[in-house]
Design a protein around this ligand. Structure first.
Ligand SMILES: Cc1cc2nc3c(=O)[nH]c(=O)nc-3n(C[C@H](O)[C@H](O)[C@H](O)COP(=O)(O)OP(=O)(O)OC[C@H]3O[C@@H](n4cnc5c(N)ncnc54)[C@H](O)[C@@H]3O)c2cc1C
Length: 328
């Protein structure tokens, strides 16, 4: 086949337009993180009339200090990767709303996306890619030292703690999973758990017991992350006696759950007990014409590459839905 490079959709220019209230979109994507931006590229390249509404561009990716597991880049920081994703979307021309919050979606053959400033946009399909937020400890030092030893994703950041001492806050499945990952990398791991027993599945707890560099502090709550410019220690309090201990540490992994940004679909879409939107292998939700992808869904392993792959699927499914629907 004779490839003509000039036929690429890339124009070299950034193009985006404001949303139009009279227009009927083929797809409106909610969320401008890795999932939403990938869905946009797939929809636009399929010729769909596409709009994207987001509170902020990049989502959690933009908050990430260093990324080593998104293929094509040995190491890239989150802001740089966000710029590259954003550029790739903009070259195709899209209706784009940044700093905007979707309040709710109203179902129907033509759906309505309602913003909290009162504007309403009409669309044949919706892709919900609104992500999640890691739950915080809300203790002194946590915010200041985020990215300087305070971490929220063990799959992502554990390899940076080779031969270091770390604390894991949380004794549920994600906390114990993180502790197992870290025990193989760090010199010492202290798990701090508020309750007087671990909440994780027995199989994980049994596995953790194989590591002799792991200590478990039950009935303790993290009260402070201490350090100048980087984490140096974690202060934990015995919840019964009030006694405080200082644990020397190079990092703390906060594994106390996450909050899916699924409120906009509350009462509309089926969700699991943690508020994640339930999808099938095509990215379809419980409502026809509404798709979802990325961290807001019940898909396991919250990672950029996974959010992107699932978003590509959701966008292709949305296109197929429109093309095969005799009402459109
Ligand atoms: C500290 C940290 C480090 C990480 N490191 C890595 C790593 O190294 N490698 C890796 O693969 N993964 C990493 N991750 C995980 C990765 O960032 C996520 O899996 C990925 O960002 C999920 O993409 P998403 O698009 O589904 O959601 P998000 O990134 O959460 O993006 C969702 C977007 O939707 C917007 N939004 C939410 N609600 C609304 C609304 N109502 N209206 C409009 N917009 C809305 C948000 O503002 C946000 O922009 C890390 C995560 C964290 C927290």
């Amino acid at each position: 086949m004779d490839f003509n490079l000039s036929s690429s959709l890339f124009s070299g220019e950034q193009q985006f337009n404001a949303f139009e209230s009279g227009k009927i979109y083929d797809v409106i994507i909610i969320g401008g993180g890795p999932a939403g931006l990938t869905a946009a590229v797939y929809s636009l390249r399929k010729g769909m009339v596409t709009g994207l509404i987001t509170r902020q561009v990049g989502g959690q990716m933009a908050e990430t200090a260093g990324i080593e597991n998104y293929l094509g880049y040995r190491y890239i920081n989150g802001v740089e990767l966000t710029d590259k994703f954003h550029d790739q979307v903009m070259q195709f021309g899209i209706d784009f709303e940044n700093n905007a919050n979707v309040q709710t979606v109203k179902d129907g053959l033509i759906k309505e996306v309602v913003l909290d400033d009162g504007r309403v946009f009409k669309t044949r399909t919706v892709i919900v890619a609104s992500g999640k937020l890691p739950r915080k400890l809300n203790v002194p030092g946590e915010k200041e030292l985020t990215g300087h030893g305070v971490a929220y994703c063990a799959i992502c950041d554990a390899p940076f703690y080779k031969d270091k001492k770390v604390v894991v806050a949380g004794g549920g499945n994600s906390g114990i999973g993180a502790a197992i990952d870290l025990a193989r990398i760090a010199t010492h791991v202290t798990v701090v758990q508020r309750r007087d027993r671990l909440k994780a599945d027995k199989v994980l707890v049994d596995k953790l017991k194989h590591y002799d560099n792991v200590e478990i502090l039950l009935g303790h709550a993290v009260r402070e992350v201490a350090g100048k410019g980087k984490v140096e220690a974690v202060v934990a309090e015995n919840r019964e006696t009030g006694e405080r201990i200082t644990i020397p540490a190079d990092g703390i992994f906060v594994e106390v759950g996450s909050i899916p940004n699924s409120g906009l679909a509350q009462g509309l879409l089926d969700m699991n007990e943690t508020g994640e939107i339930i999808i099938d292998e095509f990215g379809r939700t419980s409502k026809e014409g509404i798709f979802a992808a990325g961290d807001v869904t019940d898909v396991p392993y919250k990672q950029i590459i996974i959010a992107c792959g699932d978003a590509a699927k959701a966008a292709l499914s949305a296109t197929d839905y429109i093309l095969s629907n005799p009402n459109f």
